[in-house]
Design a protein around this ligand. Sequence first.
Ligand SMILES: *[C@@H]1O[C@H](CO)[C@@H](O)[C@H](O)[C@H]1NC(C)=O
Ligand SMILES: *[C@@H]1O[C@H](CO)[C@@H](O)[C@H](O)[C@H]1NC(C)=O
Length: 221
Amino acid sequence: MLPRLLILALASATAYAGGADLYVPRCPSTATAKFTTQIPSGNPCPPTTVDLCYTNKDLSLVFTAYGETNYYFDPTQETNGDIWEYEVMEAFIYKGSDAPQTYLEYEVNPNNVTYNAFVYNPSRDRAPGTPFDHAFITDPFGDGFTVNTVLNKSKGTWQSSTTIPLALFNGENPRGTVWRMNFFRTITSPSTYPNQQLCGWKNTGAASFHITKPFGKLIFV
Ligand SMILES: *[C@@H]1O[C@H](CO)[C@@H](O)[C@H](O)[C@H]1NC(C)=O
Ligand SMILES: *[C@@H]1O[C@H](CO)[C@@H](O)[C@H](O)[C@H]1NC(C)=O
């Protein structure tokens, strides 16, 4: 087994020395982030994929949840409600190469309801006693976001297709730019709520999504 420091050095070399975790192409080609494990335990999660591509104006994300059995949401919750208490798929998005202190938190649930906020997390890990705040995007569809959600209960899937305006990140015509992102999925059911399985692309090492150093590095090509 490699010493921990060496592993950390290798991990940061992968993240920063020119390489990327994902090379995002212009639409209609896509690159896929796939994850199958829980945060932080690494225990199995039903698979989740996020297919990404860009146009000059928008980032396209197609979230697909496999092995879904619960489709659990609160039907009274609307845009920017606390949908993360139930089942959601999420993207944390930042344009830039460093570990962000502010980033978009985007979520969608099986009821096609979305959560859209910029997070202010100056400690980068939601450290106790430090600020942690959300600035909501109050009119996402007026701003140009789109979303469409299709459930297939016989197949055990739900798929949400989203576009997010790149202008939100001062990121139009993004070819050649570097981004940091992480993707998540929460799983719960009427019998386990409010406990959740937390599934994620890059393991944050804690039962929290708001730890930005492990975010993946993406290059738009
Ligand atoms: C999902 O919500 C968006 C925004 O309100 C709407 O445009 C779209 O038609 C909805 N799709 C479904 C399948 O409900
Ligand atoms: C759901 O998936 C099944 C199996 O792949 C497929 O036959 C069916 O057409 C799908 N239903 C919808 C509504 O897409």
